[in-house]
Design a protein around this ligand. Structure first.
Ligand code: FA5
Ligand code: MG
Length: 417
């Protein structure tokens, strides 16, 4: 229905997202621009830099944690839907009701009960309830935030959870316990540990967590990377830390982690284990690894950007700037009398002469001579921005051009007409 400016549009009271309909209310603050990012799943797009970082982290976990038969113990979840309940994002993680992270000014709410997840940690409880003890989850997260080259309202995180039984933790030493006798899980404890945990259990978990994550930083940034641990607070872990790495003269916060608050486990039906968890931002890692200067580039469809990452995920890539102007590809076909000499360089010079330095690459796709007719079809693919040579298999040969009554081939324009 077309609405003229004199007609007042109906107030839309429903919002449909990923096949679910949400009734709008006074909490609804998600915008069309934000909704347009839902479902893009660039973290699993082949050869995307975020996908490379994700794969490198997953491979590291596959390598570090194997069972007695040599199989990876971590299972991986990469397409959990980003629409979650307030319970998933906050309550199940013991976030206080008045915690600022819940506010409308920080999150994208669909309505009072649902929001676009603000962190991947939102899925911890449901995956523990399903019986998993070691899992990784990656996906898009949504936060209202400042706008600059390192902040975008949609970014990606990889979260991990590892739960261990007494026997796994203490290698069956009967003298050691995970839980303090007589301490219920509701009392708070200290910065050093939750009241319900024994110091031995916490120290062993802390050691495994920190060794694993320092190893991850080295895996990503090289053996020599300088790092440090900062004590911090998360509602869902105690003790909690941030891992910072020294990169290009700055300390950069890489991830948050800690020993999981025990009520989160018990509320999910896990009564005999202690857990550690962490969450890392993929954009930050990719920006450092590949020297990508602006976070918006991750959403680019410009092949000048994307083709730079058509490599194995372990390969070193240093991003080379592409034109800030939108990419424009032209496919030109023309015909020439066959008896006249013509070399591709003639066309390259002509294009360079007219288009100047905005032309980045021109590729000859095909050249065909027609028997019985005095012409050749020359087909060029050119771009102002592309660093990409189409492979022969990508190029479909069109049907032979129909010939007009006068014997000359019809141009593509004529064919369209
Ligand atoms: C969290 O989101 C916690 N859920 C992480 C966690 C998980 C802690 C499990 C303990 C246990 P935080 O808001 O600090 O924490 O974000 C985690 C990481 O995401 C950061 O260290 C950073 O790497 C990345 N990150 C956070 N905000 C942004 C942003 N605006 N842009 C890009 N990356 C970000
Ligand atoms: Mg943080």
């Amino acid at each position: 229905r077309l609405l003229s400016s004199s007609v007042k549009p109906e107030v839309q009271s429903n919002l449909t997202l990923l096949e679910n309909t949400y009734i709008k209310d006074d909490f609804t603050n998600v915008t069309d621009k934000i909704i347009s990012h839902v479902g893009k799943n660039i973290h699993i797009k082949e050869n995307h830099p975020l996908s490379h970082v994700r794969q490198r982290i997953v491979n590291y976990f596959y390598k570090c944690f194997v069972n007695s038969r040599g199989n990876p113990v971590f299972s991986v979840y990469e397409t959990l839907p980003p629409t979650v309940t307030v319970d998933q994002n906050f309550d199940s993680l013991l976030t206080p009701k008045d915690h600022p992270s819940r506010s409308k000014s920080d999150c994208y709410y669909l309505n009072r009960d649902y929001l676009l997840r603000a962190h991947m940690t939102a899925h911890q409880s449901e995956l523990m309830k399903s019986g998993l003890n070691n899992f990784l989850m990656t996906g898009d997260v949504y936060r209202r935030d400042e706008i600059d080259r390192t902040h975008y309202p949609v970014f990606h995180q990889l979260d991990a959870v590892r739960l261990k039984t007494k026997n796994e933790l203490f290698h069956k030493d009967p003298t050691l316990e995970i839980f303090e006798v007589g301490n219920n899980t509701q009392s708070t404890g200290t910065q050093q540990k939750q009241a319900c945990h024994t110091l031995e259990a916490v120290k062993l978990m802390e050691h495994e967590l920190k060794t694993t994550l320092a190893g991850l930083a080295q895996e990503l940034f090289g053996e020599k990377i300088e790092y440090r641990w900062i004590d911090t607070y998360f509602p869902f872990t105690q003790p909690s830390w941030e891992l910072e790495v020294f990169h290009e003269n700055n300390w950069l916060e890489l991830l948050g982690c800690g020993i999981m608050r025990q009520p989160i486990l018990t509320n999910s039906g896990v009564v005999d284990r202690i857990g550690w968890a962490f969450g890392i931002g993929l954009e930050r890692v990719a920006m450092c690894l590949y020297k990508i200067p602006d976070i918006r580039l991750f959403w680019s469809n410009d092949t000048g950007f994307l083709n730079q990452f058509k490599v194995n995920c372990n390969e070193n890539v240093t991003y080379k700037a592409v034109s800030q102007y939108p990419q424009c590809i032209n496919d030109l076909s023309f015909w020439l009398p066959i008896d006249k000499e013509f070399s591709s360089n003639d066309f390259y010079d002509l294009a360079r002469n007219i288009g100047g330095d905005t032309i980045e690459q021109i590729v000859l796709i095909r050249e065909r001579a027609r028997l019985g007719c005095l012409y050749a079809i020359i087909d060029f693919l050119g771009s102002n921005n592309v660093k990409y040579s189409p492979k022969q298999k990508d190029l479909k040969m069109p049907a032979p051009a129909p010939v007009a009554e006068n014997g000359a081939p019809r141009t593509e324009l004529q064919e369209l007409q």
